[in-house]
Design a protein. Structure first.
Length: 271
């Protein structure tokens, strides 16, 4: 009798173990659906994130004064899940974001239930500055010097991942908004350019308008410490994101052209 009871207890324990193993290997079906809908599609989209626009003499982005090398703990390169999000009207969305090395910066590809987008990014310490758009677009990070000048580093999506510089002068000390004179160099410092730039504050973000020799552009900026990070474009759609890097997680703030507020987009690395 004791042997029978022990045997039945053994069978019961094995049944519980098998059920646990079954749950482990099958995982949450929602995770499978998420992977199929967002992550797998990002793999298919790889190589198309830069769009089809081809331009000559477009702006590039200067390297950060700090190293753009990955931390030893977590590489930015890979796929990240959107874990928390709020659009500019307060709605949430879901999806995944993929980062790939592109020269001195990164290419970015979003696949979400709100749409698919391509972007370009440069790293500065524990911040990843991102610009996104369609057609010709890019990102510029201005270090605010506090004396009415700014020192900028920028990159264009259509470039090969090389960096350009852009310095601003003529502003008011201690203020971001204002009219500035522009003096810049395209990547390689072989094609200098000049012009003017106007920055206007709208709510918590900044609208930027360049008047350059031979081309104009518009942008939207957010303040990140002593940097003004601007996503710029020559088309009708462009935006800016800053991701604060914290190991395998990133806290994101973003905005779009003509907006007066910021959205939220937090990430966690999954691949």
């Amino acid at each position: 009798m004791k042997k029978t009871v022990a045997f039945l207890l053994f069978l019961g324990a094995m049944a519980v173990l098998l059920l646990q193993m079954k749950g482990y290997f099958e995982r949450d079906p929602r995770e499978k659906a998420f992977k199929k809908k967002y992550v797998d599609k990002l793999e298919q989209m790889e190589g198309n994130e830069e769009g089809t626009a081809k331009v000559n003499n477009v702006k590039g982005n200067t390297v950060s004064e700090t190293s753009t090398e990955e931390t030893q703990e977590v590489s930015l390169i890979g796929t990240w899940k959107i874990t928390k999000s709020f659009s500019l009207n307060g709605d949430s969305y879901e999806g995944a974001v993929k980062f790939s090395q592109k020269g001195e910066g990164y290419s970015v590809q979003w696949n979400t239930n709100a749409g698919s987008y391509g972007g370009i990014a440069i790293r500065n310490d524990n911040n990843l500055f991102v610009g996104w758009g369609n057609g010709t677009y890019g990102v510029v990070a201005y270090k605010m010097n506090g004396d009415g000048t700014m020192s900028g580093r920028w990159m264009a999506a259509q470039s090969k991942g090389t960096i350009g510089t852009e310095n601003l002068s003529g502003g008011t000390a201690g203020q971001i908004a204002g009219t500035y004179q522009v003096s810049g160099n395209n990547p390689g410092k072989t094609q200098p350019y000049s012009g003017s730039l106007i920055i206007k504050q709208t709510g918590s973000v900044y609208q930027v308008d360049w008047k350059l020799a031979g081309q104009n552009a518009k942008g939207v900026g957010i303040k990140v410490g002593d940097y003004l990070v601007v996503g710029w474009g020559m088309g009708s759609s462009f935006g800016v994101v800053n991701y604060a890097i914290n190991g395998n997680k990133m806290l994101g703030r973003w905005s779009i052209g003509a907006a007066d507020r910021e959205g939220v987009e937090d990430l966690e690395k999954i691949k």
